[in-house]
Design a protein around this ligand. Structure first.
Ligand code: AKB
Length: 313
């Protein structure tokens, strides 16, 4: 029998593409999309959908029982910039949703969990370049504190209750199908939209703000590979560092200029600059490479070509 998968937060930036990818792999009926609101027409039409609040344990349990769910991908979260504005709402959403699925697995109602962490787990005292898997963390943002706490709980549930939970620390993600919302790395998506619409973009991060980034196809491939990996091979049950490329806004702008010579970038940094300044500029993902053969396929040039090609259509 085909395994049954639930995606919570299926209508967000990652959830949308993950749902499509998992439906292609396991069949439309095997992948139940859920979110607090409905998503794109393409997502809604492609398979089962449930309106679901990630903080409501009983509602999740009902869906899990009804569809005989084995694996849960918990993609619902409040990201870094919005979380600074609503700290308690961010903490409640990011932590309660995680406890809901960890407890379902502890009670043997589901077998496996994917939960996304982020480069936001690192803080201003962390080594900035080639940030190691194990290092000083001390996150200084609401979102980062919730993600680091989440990592500790994942490892605890794995060790204490044998819960099969797997996680990666996503860098900023660049995609054309769904817009991100409320993140500090969102500029790296907005810039492509504005380049095509207005031929200019005012960036909310300063020139030289180098951050780790990844094209969505790589992020989805990483997620699915980690979930398919042999559990014996996984040495990390908090969350794996994951790298692909690192650049500042001026580098992405000059890449866009190579395709659209009239494009102009300006800088007007806001409160998100302080968040970006607390994060690493590049990531050492040797452990992910070693344990489950992680290898990125998209660099900045390839990403820019894909983004412009798809957004122009
Ligand atoms: C954000 O900017 O908040 C996210 C992240 C790096 O986790 N994209």
């Amino acid at each position: 029998m085909q395994k049954s998968i639930l995606i919570i937060g299926a209508c967000g930036q990652i959830g949308t593409e993950l749902t499509i990818a998992l439906r292609e792999k396991y069949g439309n009926e095997a992948v139940i999309a859920s979110d607090i609101r409905e998503g794109s027409d393409a997502l809604m039409a492609s398979g089962p959908f449930e309106l679901l609040d990630a903080t409501d344990y009983e509602a999740i349990e009902n869906v899990v029982m009804y569809y005989e769910i084995e694996e849960v991908y918990l993609m619902a979260a409040m990201l870094s910039a919005t979380a600074e504005k609503f700290p308690m709402r961010a903490w409640n959403l990011n932590m309660n949703s995680l406890f809901n699925v960890l407890n379902l697995a502890k009670d043997k109602k589901i077998d496996k969990i994917f939960w996304p962490s982020s480069i936001a787990v690192f803080g201003p005292n962390t080594p900035k370049t080639e940030t190691p898997q194990h290092t000083l963390m001390e996150p200084s943002t609401v979102y980062g504190i919730s993600k680091q706490s989440g990592e500790r709980w994942c490892e605890y549930y794995f060790k204490k209750f044998d819960v099969d939970v797997r996680s990666v620390r996503y860098p900023g993600l660049i995609s054309w199908k769904t817009l991100p919302g409320g993140g500090t790395t969102d500029y790296a998506v907005e810039i492509y939209h504005k380049a095509l619409e207005d031929k200019k973009y005012t960036c909310f991060l300063a020139e030289g703000t180098k951050l780790p980034m990844m094209f969505m196809d790589d992020a989805i491939r990483a997620t699915v590979s980690l979930m398919e990996a042999n559990p014996e091979e996984l040495s990390i049950r908090s969350s794996y560092n994951l790298g692909a490329m690192s650049f500042g806004p001026e580098e992405i702008a000059s890449n866009i200029k190579a395709h659209l010579p009239e494009f102009e970038i300006n800088y007007d940094p806001d409160f998100r600059q302080a968040i970006a300044d607390s994060w690493p500029s590049s990531i050492d993902d040797a452990q992910a490479k070693l344990d489950w053969n992680w290898k990125p396929e998209f660099d900045l040039e390839k990403t820019t070509t894909e983004m412009l090609k798809n957004l122009m259509n």
